[in-house]
Design a protein around this ligand. Structure first.
Ligand SMILES: NC(=O)c1ccc[n+]([C@@H]2O[C@H](COP(=O)([O-])OP(=O)(O)OC[C@H]3O[C@@H](n4cnc5c(N)ncnc54)[C@H](OP(=O)(O)O)[C@@H]3O)[C@@H](O)[C@H]2O)c1
Length: 262
């Protein structure tokens, strides 16, 4: 895809994977809209992008886990169109569901990871379809491919992202618009500061640069779902085919006891 003079909106652009994707899209000629809560970090990235690439940058500092997030983002855009939407903002909660210490955090996670992602997709797709040009990449997770005791609700939100993206990929075939889910695995970002270090302990971390490279592969591939890392792609396929009981035992023994013991 040629990004010259397109506008890309990236949620969760204040750090980690989202900031990496924003930098890379600007380097390829896109104007960018950076969305997250941390205004200071977004402003710093905006200044860096303007300096390095001379692109137009709009910062939208807003909490996407609260009702009305989609409307707030659209209002901030004014008459800018969105050619590339990257629904990347998300966070995880680990531990047994029954031990959730703060139920408002659980609701916020589901709203951010699912509701706002679906809202923004539905909000910006019609314009892309009308122009017969554009792309939506929803950042899911390897955890979206199997039920994950110890990370139950987070994995369920990512299963939602995978399922939604697959179906909308089919709905938009032949429209000139590309819709896909990109599933990172354990990646070296601030994710584990929020989800808990134990949820990524003992696993080799992929770099943001590797995930950004897979982001561009995702845009070029004619597939509804892409998993970052070749071996991980195979793992995701196996996880989908394996009997649920075996998957629950395997994930439970590797993972649930560790995160629940925190
Ligand atoms: N890192 C991994 O191992 C991994 C693996 C699989 C999938 N993923 C997925 O990758 C995506 C990016 O995560 P990351 O690894 O880059 O983690 P990260 O470094 O923690 O970045 C998360 C981004 O989401 C934003 N965000 C969080 N809550 C928000 C809210 N309520 N409203 C608006 N923005 C919010 C954060 O910005 P503010 O705090 O400034 O709002 C930040 O920009 C997430 O969807 C995550 O589930 C990550």
């Amino acid at each position: 895809m040629d990004f010259t003079d397109t506008t890309a909106l990236i949620t969760g652009a204040s750090g980690g994977i989202g900031a990496g994707i924003a930098r890379a899209l600007a380097a390829r000629g896109a104007d960018v809209v950076l969305v997250a809560r941390s205004a200071d970090r977004l402003d710093a990235l905006a200044a860096e992008i303007r300096r390095a690439h001379g692109r137009d940058v709009l910062v939208v500092a807003t909490d996407l886990s609260t009702p009305g997030a989609g409307e707030r983002v659209q209002a901030a855009l004014g008459d800018r169109r969105v050619d590339v939407l990257v629904n990347n903002a998300g966070f995880g909660l680990s531990g047994r569901l029954a031990d959730t210490p703060d139920l408002t955090r659980l609701t916020a996670m589901v709203t951010l990871n699912c509701t706002t992602l679906a809202d923004l997709t539905a909000r910006f797709l019609p314009g892309m379809i009308e122009r017969r040009r554009g792309a939506v990449v929803n950042v899911a997770s390897m955890a979206g491919y199997f039920p994950a005791p110890g990370l139950a609700a987070y994995a369920a939100t990512k299963a939602f992202v995978v399922s939604l993206s697959q179906a909308v990929w089919a709905e938009t075939r032949g429209t000139g618009v590309r819709v896909a889910a990109l599933s990172p695995t354990v990646t070296d970002t601030g994710f584990f500061d929020v989800a808990g270090e134990a949820s990524g302990a003992g696993m080799r971390r992929r770099s943001v640069e590797q995930v950004v490279a897979t982001f561009f592969t995702t845009l070029d591939a004619d597939r509804p779902v892409v998993v970052d890392g070749r071996l991980n792609e195979v793992g995701a396929r196996l996880a989908r085919l394996a009997p649920r009981g075996a998957v629950l035992r395997a994930v439970g023994s590797r993972f649930a006891d560790r995160v629940s013991a925190r």
